[in-house]
Design a protein. Structure first.
Lengths: 507, 508
């Protein structure tokens, strides 16, 4: 720790108050654990975890509005910082986790095994994600990342006892475990290199020294970026993605695709902003090429997929590529301050992440509502004629897919629009070309799914909501909320845009 | 507020049509027709507003402006002028025709069909009236989705390919336009210090010479795809031949015209210098479209594909007239848009009617229908000669003016394009001969027996009659229509000071 920024390690009362969402989650975890220990009642343990997630989401939103109005950013030990940026992501993560917990509730309802631990693991992973999003220190980030990953291994390996893919979830979890461990090691090595060169582990501290850079700092940042690229499943670190998505239970894949990515992206954004990493040519070039190949390869590989989960997996690769395009449109001035154009670019990134979470939750939510632990409706052919059998569900899935494709009226359009805007302002012509080509290819496979839903229903089997009415009530209403949210983001984005711009200011 | 309510009528009419299916499967089409009638009355009011704004039809009427995304300088901004009113009239008339042609054809999921149809119209009306470029782009993209559904659900045997191709072509070039648009907004923020998507603000943007050709090309690609012009045209024959009749009517009659409208309203006024440089290329593309697609049309056996290719050929005259960029050329382009809208819609309706009756589009299986369906034959003859440019009908006026306009700036292009008129006579008469004349087909052939071929009924005759009157009016007394657009065109083609005056008129 350098002399200039000594921060007391002790935690004061106000610090605890600032960490309220984290604490609420932790309390819920302990509570759920105790409840499971006393008596296994699936409904009760699920309800408690949902209430806990809802409470922490609410706390985060309240704090977010407070922090915007009085513009505070509170440093809590050197590890964490609670400002509107981190609170925004905490709120997103908690809301997403809440809806995924509702979907998981229906999904595991019929499972003839211990079902309660899934919610517990989900809470743990959420706590990890929240921790990662608030950390400004490499150690904090590592704690959060590992907490999230550890819980995710369990979620992915969760026994589903379905005859068609017995063992697939175990395979998927192992694949993720091994590769994720390698990625973490890579990241740790990068942090170690940075520490060796600067003697610091805080993001801001390292950032201050980047300008008088040495080779080691660049290499360290590259290693850290590689580790994150793995978590964000960017090409060439993407190979695990489709297999893990396909093998894991639907709610776990959904969690991996949404919370797992947003939390990492939030930390990456902070890292890039504070360390000014884009001013290092090698890092810039690495991110640049990763962005291009991610967009192109992700979209191309998605073209011929027959499984919805694999399709969404490849499309998520492309979406993370779009995100990188917005990040590459940052233009950080030589003195490290943010120019006005960059404000828009960061807002584009944050808005994109928000929209991405909303639409992914919606798409996975639809898929998991028609699936259960015994049978997953994963093949695109399963969705034939959904439009005529359950029009509402099909309408939701259609709007989510259109949103992912970036068609107007939906949040996906506004977010892609902002990425376009940011890239134009930064004169990133090659990236713009890649964006146009990638989105064009992307249309094809989203339309394929939509077209399948529009066909006349096959007589073979009926895809329908699994579970009785009261079980799916929460999930269905959450799905409607998500859909409405997508349309609000697409038609009247002004309030959210203003919020995002405020949030970006605190960075 | 008229323009806003016009969009609203179609928007809510669509929702209502969908919901009304629950009560009765025949209700949606009545709801749709009712929305058309309401919108007709709205457009009439708009015409009177235009008239009352001083003898000449100049300037904007019925402006509506409200904030939408102020932080990016995006507004709800609608306004209409003479050109808009012409386009709106065409849109709504053909909307009625489309509904009429779907009346008996669409039996399955009628509610959702009319929902899509009305939402397509809402999108088109939005495109024609939006003066905020973001809003314009928004409608531009939104009108594709219901059209995609129309082709994908009610289309024919190869609909997946056609619908996807249509969507991808228009979306990708739409994104190119978005990039160009954002470049302009960015330059606006550099020059005037704030983001703005307002049409009048963007007109004032000074774009560096090194970039303006590229930025212009983004707009051109999007509009030329919709028009369509030759390198971007290949989606159209597929979409047309696979779409249900109502879809073809809307595509040919209205959606194609949005491309031409975009060129007139946005591309050339935004980039006068770049367009001047680009004009020979565009006129070359127009000539290629006219001749090449007329030639390709001759090789078709699918009657809908044939009409689709002739559409591309006729829209070449529009492109030619627009890039002549003088009063005659533009008047010609606009007249061709209107006349082709009616004649192509009628031809597609006839082809759709044939397909509905005998379940094939293959012309080799058609012959001698004149004896069985004389009314249909007469109607077909009328619209065929309209399409080939018979004097006295609207298409002639349009194409003649367009050629005249082109002749004064680019003689070779005009001369070559004029051959298109000859080709048009060849393919039009050829279709007439092979379908309606000749010996009636023998019963043992693959075609269904001719007893099933019913002649036109009263409802169909009424709508064909309306379109005939329209074409005759355009051909015999085009002044009515020219008056609407002359003020707009004058404002567009005359010098900068006049353009500024035009803008000033608006600012009042």
């Amino acid at each position: 720790m350098s002399g200039s920024d000594v921060i007391p390690m002790a935690i004061s009362g106000s610090d605890l108050l600032a960490l309220a969402p984290h604490l609420a989650l932790s309390v819920t975890i302990v509570l759920v654990m105790l409840l499971i220990g006393i008596k296994r009642v699936y409904v009760v343990s699920s309800a408690v975890s949902m209430i806990g997630l809802g409470a922490s989401a609410l706390l985060a939103i309240v704090q977010l509005y407070q922090s915007i109005s009085i513009e505070v950013s509170q440093q809590i030990t050197p590890l964490f910082r609670v400002d509107s940026f981190s609170l925004f992501f905490v709120a997103i993560i908690c809301c997403a986790a809440l809806s995924l917990s509702l979907f998981a509730f229906c999904y595991f309802m019929r499972l003839n095994d211990d079902r309660d631990e899934y919610q517990l693991l989900l809470l743990l992973a959420t706590l990890g994600g929240v921790t990662l999003a608030t950390s400004v220190h490499f150690i904090g980030a590592l704690i959060g990342l590992e907490m999230m990953s550890m819980a995710l291994y369990g979620m992915l390996a969760y026994p589903v006892h379905s005859h068609e893919n017995s063992g697939a979830s175990l395979e998927s979890a192992f694949k993720y475990l091994i590769l994720s461990a390698v990625a973490s090691a890579t990241m740790l090595f990068g942090m170690g290199l940075l520490y060796a060169e600067t003697g610091l582990l805080t993001v801001i501290g390292v950032g201050a020294l980047v300008s008088d850079l040495s080779v080691l700092v660049g290499i360290g940042l590259l290693f850290i970026f590689a580790g994150m690229a793995f978590k964000l499943s960017l090409v060439p670190f993407h190979l695990w993605t489709p297999d893990v998505y396909e093998g894991g239970p639907m709610p776990a894949s959904a969690f991996l695709a949404t919370v797992g990515k947003v939390a990492v992206a939030a930390f990456m954004l902070r890292l890039i902003m504070h360390t000014n990493a884009l001013s290092i040519p090698s890092v810039y070039f690495a991110i640049y090429s990763v962005a291009i190949v991610s967009v192109l390869l992700g979209n191309l590989l998605a073209l011929r997929q027959l499984s919805l989960k694999r399709l969404l997996a490849y499309s998520s690769i492309a979406h993370m590529g779009y995100l990188l395009i917005a990040i590459l449109s940052f233009s950080v001035r030589s003195d490290g301050s943010i120019s006005s154009e960059t404000g828009l670019a960061i807002a584009a990134v944050v808005f994109y992440l928000l929209a991405y979470v909303v639409m992914s939750v919606g798409a996975f939510g639809c898929a998991s509502l028609v699936s259960s632990s015994e049978h997953e409706s994963d093949s695109i052919a399963d969705y034939t004629g959904l439009f005529w059998r359950s029009p509402w569900l099909a309408l939701v899935l259609t709007s989510m897919l259109l949103s992912l494709a970036g068609i107007p009226l939906t949040g996906g359009f506004i977010s892609k629009f902002l990425v376009f805007f940011a890239a134009v302002e930064a004169s990133q012509w090659i990236l713009l070309l890649v964006l146009v080509v990638g989105s064009g290819i992307g249309l094809y496979y989203y339309l394929r799914v939509i077209f399948q839903m529009l066909q006349s229903p096959s007589k073979l089997e009926h895809l329908e909501l699994k579970g009785s009415n009261w079980e799916t009530l929460g999930a269905v209403s959450m799905l409607l909320l998500v859909t409405v949210g997508t349309f609000i983001l697409g038609v009247y984005p002004e309030p959210m845009l203003n919020l995002v711009e405020e949030v970006v200011l605190s960075l | 507020m008229i323009l806003l309510s016009l969009v609203g009528v179609f928007f809510f009419g669509g929702l209502l049509a969908w919901v009304s299916e629950i009560m009765d499967a025949r209700l949606p089409r009545w709801v749709a027709m009712l929305s058309i009638l309401v919108s007709f009355s709205l457009v009439f009011r708009l015409i009177f507003m235009l008239d009352s704004s001083g003898g000449v039809l100049l300037g904007w009427v019925d402006e509506f402006k409200g904030p939408w995304i102020p932080s990016l300088g995006i507004d709800f901004f609608f306004a209409a002028d003479g050109l808009t009113v012409l386009m709106l009239g065409l849109t709504i008339l053909l909307g009625a025709v489309a509904i009429a042609s779907a009346w008996d054809e669409i039996k399955e999921r009628a509610g959702f069909f009319y929902f899509n149809l009305l939402w397509t119209l809402a999108g088109v009306v939005g495109v024609f009236t939006a003066l905020d470029l973001f809003l314009f782009f928004f409608f531009w993209e939104v009108m594709l989705i219901p059209m995609y559904f129309i082709i994908a659900i009610w289309g024919h045997e190869n609909r997946r390919y056609a619908a996807t191709k249509f969507f991808i072509f228009t979306q990708v070039t739409g994104m190119m336009m978005l990039v160009s648009l954002l470049c302009m907004v960015y330059f606006h923020s550099l020059q005037f210090g704030s983001f703005s998507f307002n049409y009048n603000d963007l007109l004032r943007v000074d774009i560096p010479r090194s970039l303006d050709l590229w930025i212009m090309l983004g707009f051109f690609a999007a509009f030329a795809t919709k028009l369509p012009s030759v390198p971007f045209h290949s989606w159209l024959p597929d979409a047309h031949s696979q779409a249900p009749t109502a879809g073809s009517v809307l595509l040919a009659g209205v959606l194609l015209k949005t491309g031409a409208y975009g060129l007139i309203r946005f591309t050339i006024p935004f980039f006068p210098e770049a367009s001047e440089i680009f004009a020979p290329v565009a006129m070359f593309l127009a000539v290629v479209s006219i001749l090449y697609c007329a030639k390709v049309a001759l090789a078709q056996t699918d009657i809908k594909r044939l009409i689709a290719y002739t559409s591309v050929s006729h829209m070449g005259f529009v492109l030619l007239g627009i890039y002549a960029w003088n009063e005659l050329g533009l008047q010609g382009a606009i007249m061709t848009m209107l006349a082709h809208g009616l004649s192509a819609a009628a031809l597609f309706m006839l082809a759709g009617g044939l397909q509905h009756r005998i379940h094939t589009r293959d012309m080799r299986e058609m012959s001698g229908f004149w004896i069985i369906a004389p009314k249909m034959a007469v109607v077909a003859l009328f619209f065929s000669v309209a399409a080939l440019g018979l004097p006295g009908l609207g298409n002639f006026v349009g194409e003649f003016l367009a050629l005249l306009g082109a002749f004064s700036v680019n003689i070779p292009a005009a001369v070559l394009a004029a051959f298109g008129v000859i080709f048009a006579s060849v393919y039009s008469l050829w279709v007439m001969q092979s379908v309606f004349q000749g010996p009636p087909l023998k019963q043992e052939s693959k075609a269904p027996s001719h007893e099933t071929l019913l002649d036109l009924d009263g409802r169909e005759l009424f709508f064909y009659g309306v379109m005939m009157i329209g074409l005759l009016w355009m051909g015999l007394y085009p002044q009515t229509f020219l008056d609407f657009s002359s003020g707009v065109i004058e404002g567009l083609v005359t010098s900068d000071s006049a353009a500024a005056l035009y803008a000033g008129e608006f600012l009042k």
